[in-house]
Design a protein around this ligand. Structure first.
Ligand code: NAI
Length: 278
């Protein structure tokens, strides 16, 4: 499957730190020949978020590393998916540099105000979680689609197993990810006539900062350790282990390529078998 994406330009949101799924996706798309836009917050921390974010210097490093390694064009751009102004700035910068895009991976995501049951959830944190995870996908897609419709393309939205199975004490995230799955289906039906395929991916447990943070919260809650929580989790996964960002990235590359030319409106599980559906 070498160079399936030569001549394409891809935008990957939330790809500005090496420990995340977004970076693995950007790298693997570039390995297939795509130019990539590394889009992330550009700051090292969101004050409401307890996880490292993609900061400007790491984003710039990633962009130059990918350009050198894979001999493609890259660009790093600051993006806050909750800000229409930030999205407009990104769209303008991409239009000036590349003119059009062919692949959009809506990968940015975060949880605020957890752990909390719905009846104790802080309203601002609830709204922000839905804003980043669901409305962010809507806003970024709406902003970039005029650059994609020119030649057709592919959108891959990162949902989650949590969008299909209740994620307890993380309700806003679960609701937002369920919304991402429906948004994917609506967009797939609406955009098919424009030559745009839209699919969602639903990862289970993937080894990133987000996952470590979640095991850390659980360890506090249950009075155990991160290692014990991870071990318990692995017992619920038929393949018996946590997944790797690169494994998710391989699925994204497949969906972005013509190998998936007859697939649209789907929400594909990548969970090591933790979620099996008819
Ligand atoms: P991560 O927390 O390591 O990375 C998320 C990225 O999104 C960071 O680079 C962060 O800076 C960026 N981001 C956060 N808020 C943003 C905003 N307002 N605007 C722009 N960028 C923003 O998370 P990870 O694990 O790499 O997750 C990537 C995607 O996969 C997320 O959508 C997440 O919800 C989803 N996911 C992850 C799973 C896992 O087990 N790690 C499981 C299921 C889904």
């Amino acid at each position: 499957m070498e160079n399936m994406l030569t001549g394409k330009t891809a935008v990957v949101t939330g790809s500005g730190k090496r420990s995340g799924i977004g970076y693995a996706v950007a790298r693997k798309l570039a390995a297939e020949g795509a130019n990539v836009v590394i889009a992330d917050l550009g700051v090292s921390a969101d004050p409401d978020l307890m996880i490292k974010t993609g900061d400007e210097s790491e984003m710039a490093d990633i962009a130059s590393e990918i350009a050198q390694t894979h001999r493609v064009d890259t660009m790093a751009v600051n993006l806050d998916v909750t800000s229409p102004e930030s999205i407009s700035r990104m769209v303008k910068a991409i239009a000036e540099r590349f003119g059009k895009i062919h692949i959009l991976v809506n990968n940015a995501g975060a949880s605020f105000g957890v752990p909390n049951a719905v009846h104790t959830y802080d309203e601002t944190a609830w709204m922000k979680t839905i804003d980043v995870n669901l409305h962010g996908v809507f806003r970024v897609s709406r902003g970039l689609l005029p650059l994609m419709i020119l030649e057709g393309g592919v959108i891959i939205n990162t949902a989650s197993r949590a969008g299909k199975v209740p994620a307890l004490f993380n309700g806003a995230y679960a609701v937002a990810k369920a919304g991402v799955i429906m948004l994917t289906k609506v967009m797939a039906a609406e955009l098919a006539g424009n030559g745009v395929r839209v699919n969602a991916i639903c990862p289970g447990q993937i080894a990133t900062d987000l996952e470590k943070w979640r095991f850390g919260l659980e360890a506090q809650f249950f009075g155990s350790t991160i290692e014990e929580r991870e071990k318990e989790m692995c017992k619920t996964i038929p393949l018996g282990r946590i997944g790797k960002p690169d494994e998710v990235a391989d699925l994204v590359v497949f969906l972005a390529s013509d190998r998936a030319s007859y697939m649209t409106g789907q929400a594909i599980n990548i969970t090591g078998g933790q979620l099996m559906e008819l």
